[in-house]
Ligand binder design. Sequence first.
Ligand code: ADP
Length: 467
Amino acid sequence: MNVPIRARLTALYFVVLTVSFAVFVWVSDFGFRRSIEATVNDASRTNLESVQRLLARTASQGDAEARDALARLAEVWPNGALFEVADAQGNWIYRPARFLQAHPALPLASDRNISSFTTNLDYLQYRVALQRVEAGGRVFEIHAAVPTEPFDQALDHFRLIEKETLPLLVFLASLVGYWLSGRSLAPVNRIIETAESIGVQNLSRRLEVPKARDELRRLTETLNAMLGRIDTSVQRITQFTADASHDLRTPVAVVRATAEITLRRPRTAGEYRDALSRILETSVEASELLENLLTLARADAGAAAMDMRLVDLSAYVRKAKERAVVLSADKTLHFTARMPVDPVWVRADAIAIDRLLLILVDNAVKYTPAGGRCEIELSQDRGQADITVRDTGIGISEGDLASIFERFVRADRARSRETPGAGLGLAIARWITEMHGGTIAVESKVGSGSVFRVRLPAAPSAVTLVV
Ligand code: ADP
């Protein structure tokens, strides 16, 4: 439904108010009528009692005396109230003309209890109370009537006031509701306007935070925080794309230049071989770079699925050491591996773990000059599996340590040296570790070497399961 919130809120106010007022009218009308009934009944009973008391005093003195006394009482009778008295045979002792004209034959009281009913006397409505009483040894019938007119008028008045004021009140309250909802929704409109103006070009812009500490303020702050995260991600992606294109341009340019220069004039077979091997070497570097870029792009997209299985890390550490020996074949490096006798089980993706260890040992070999020492160690400690790769290489300066796991970050010394690499290995290593619920840390000192520690949650149950 395409109805604005403001209109919906106002309609809701209107309906709620109308229903509340209708209930109020019904309840108050009912209460009013009940209260009129009680008042009128009380009044007619009180009147009955007055007549009864008078009869008790005068009945023994004869009917004439009683009639006189009753007539005197009628003169001081409260507004419009009437009474009539008959003896047990139905002969009227006292009966005002009004009663007679209007109602020649009122029903008789059947017992000593008071009975009441409403009737029209002379076009006016009366509440009549009937009672048979004993006074001066005789039985009398008393009818006392109280006009309900004044009460009915009050009720009519009340109803009229309700009829005239309540619809107006509902209307005014709905108007106020409309204005109030407009006022409270105004910040939402401002948020919408600003949000509409934010695009990739001005992601640093933020929504204006309302002063009141309410839900809208929380919403704005949440949206601003979200914008901040999107901004950072977009910046990272932009930076990543720029760095990736830059790093890819170099090998492509090398391949192209090598081919162009070689083709300028006829070459000897040896020159062609040299050119081709340079092209091959550069293409291998470029495809490794592409492979790494693809891994990180998949990681960002959350599309890289890990195939978690129980694996024994010892086997992978052993394999990594063998590779390191091959990698350091043209350098005289002393590479050792240390691991416990028992298997170290973790829940991991075998290919990812292989890659993680290769990155670390490859770096250790790359950044350790000939004659140095490297070591990979595996150990298990209180539910954790630790892989430590140590080297006595060039080390990393304190300034570079903090950013070494970021993408495309290479320490100054690595950049200045002719070591291949694009600064993606450790970013991938960190991502793999985190995907396994582990941590990776580095300690290093320029000139003395580096220590990389990977800590993964061990799978203790596997020991009993597999052994
Ligand atoms: P790459 O090795 O391709 O440059 P990495 O992400 O693997 O990228 O490493 C980032 C940087 O961290 C390297 O360029 C290097 O400066 C530094 N680094 C990594 N491992 C070592 C190490 N064992 N010794 C010294 N520096 C290292």
